[in-house]
Design a protein around this ligand. Structure first.
Ligand SMILES: Nc1nc2c(c(=O)[nH]1)N[C@H]1C(S)=C(S)[C@@H](COP(=O)(O)O)O[C@H]1N2
Ligand SMILES: [Mo]
Length: 199
């Protein structure tokens, strides 16, 4: 009997629309940080794109705030198995930030204040798939969730969504970031359960 009810539980979970395999729903917003929360004064904030040829494009907070921004409603999926559906954010799309950037690189390394890194293919940041957000659920983004601003790449596991983001480097070949070097998957598609290397 126990085996049958476990089976049912598994099937019921997987049948929630929008919930990738192996995930459960949470209504909290857990905090997952590999180190202390950096406090970044707005007058020291910047976001810098560096191409594979070394060209740079940079925005300070004021310049960043002046860019066109949009509301985003999206589901998020952490590799530790929690998912939140219908989260609401506000920020600038990577399409806007990358519009005038000339590159032939296929990969990027996203960098954060505090030293965190994560690799994301360039095409996964384009066409309305990624944003640098500074509001969550109608409020300024809390420091523990990445404020003043974090990237969100919600179609990949949430470790790809760098908190306290400050830049990205274009790369001709794929290289592992912080968690990827520790054994997490290089791509991280939650629908394919790409949690760890070899998944
Ligand atoms: N800079 C930075 N970004 C990060 C992390 C981190 O430790 N440092 N953790 C990642 C992981 S593993 C997850 S699941 C999410 C957690 O975001 P949250 O704390 O807002 O829930 O942030 C991701 N981005
Ligand atoms: Mo995570």
């Amino acid at each position: 009997m126990a085996i049958i009810s476990r089976g049912f539980g598994g099937r019921r979970r997987e049948s929630v629309p929008g919930l990738p395999p192996g995930q459960y729903l949470t209504h909290d917003f857990p905090v997952l940080s590999a180190g202390p929360t950096p406090r970044i004064p707005l007058d020291r904030w910047h976001f810098t794109i560096t191409t594979e040829t070394g060209e740079q494009k940079s925005w300070n907070w004021q310049e960043f705030q002046a860019l066109p921004s949009e509301d985003v409603t999206t589901d998020i999926h952490c590799v530790t198995k929690w998912s939140k559906l219908g989260t609401t954010w506000h920020g600038v799309s990577l399409d806007t930030l990358l519009a005038d950037v000339e590159t032939s690189a296929d990969y990027t390394m996203v960098h954060s204040f505090g030293g965190y890194t994560t690799n994301v293919p360039l095409e996964d940041l384009l066409d309305g798939k990624a944003w640098i957000t500074y509001r969550f659920d109608g409020d300024d983004l809390a420091p523990e969730h990445g404020g003043p601003a974090r990237m969100i790449v919600p179609h990949l596991y949430f470790w790809k969504s760098a908190k306290w983001v400050n830049g990205m480097q274009m790369m001709n070949s794929d290289e592992p970031g912080f968690w990827e070097a520790a054994g997490y998957h290089m791509y991280g598609d939650p629908w394919l359960e790409q949690r760890y290397q070899g998944d």
